[in-house]
Design a protein around this ligand. Structure first.
Ligand SMILES: [Zn+2]
Length: 154
C-alpha cells in the first residue's frame, strides 16, 4: 500500500480531532438545560457563531477545543509532523478568536469561554463546580471569563 501523503495524514488527524470536539458541547448543553437555561445553538447571526447563546442574559458561550484554539494545556500539544502547517493554522484560529470575542463584546454580549479541558480529561472540573462557575458568570456583571481545567491538580 502506498504511503499516506502528508495531505491525507492531515485530514485524518483533523477529522479525528473534530469528532472528539462534539462531546464537550453536548455536555454543556445538557447541564444548562437541566438548570433551566434556554439557549440557541451555533448562532450564525453573531460574530464567531457562538456554540451557545443565552439571549435572556446576553451571554455567548464559546466551547474551545484546547488543540484548535491552542490553550497550552495538557491536551493541546501539536502533532510532531507538519509542525509549521499546524502552527500557522492555529495562529489563524487564535487571531480569529480574538477578533470574534471583541466583536461580541462591542455588540454588548458577554463572553464565556469554556475550555475543553474543563469538561473532559484528567483535569476536568466536577459538574457541580462547572455549573456553579457558569451560573456565577451568567448572573454577574462580568463581561468576559474563561473556565479551564483544574490547573492545581497534576
Ligand atoms: Zn485546555
Amino acid at each position: 500500500m502506498a504511503k499516506e501523503s502528508s495531505k491525507e495524514q492531515r485530514s485524518r488527524i483533523m477529522a479525528s480531532i473534530r469528532s472528539s470536539n462534539t462531546t464537550p458541547e453536548i455536555k454543556i448543553r445538557k447541564i444548562l438545560y437541566n438548570h433551566g437555561y434556554r439557549y440557541r445553538l451555533n448562532v450564525k447571526k453573531l460574530p464567531t457563531s457562538p456554540d451557545i447563546a443565552i439571549s435572556k442574559y446576553k451571554t455567548a458561550i464559546l466551547i474551545n477545543g484546547c488543540f484548535w484554539h491552542y490553550h497550552g494545556c495538557h491536551i493541546s500539544h501539536l502533532p510532531k509532523s507538519n509542525r509549521e502547517f499546524w502552527q500557522n493554522k492555529i495562529k489563524r484560529n487564535l487571531e480569529r478568536d480574538k477578533l470574534g470575542v471583541s466583536k461580541l463584546l462591542t455588540l454588548g454580549w458577554r463572553v464565556l469561554i469554556i475550555w475543553e479541558c474543563a469538561i473532559n480529561g484528567k483535569k476536568k472540573l466536577d459538574s457541580d463546580t462547572l455549573i456553579n462557575q457558569i451560573k456565577a458568570f451568567i448572573h454577574s456583571t462580568q463581561i468576559k471569563l474563561a473556565i479551564e481545567g483544574n490547573i492545581n491538580e497534576s
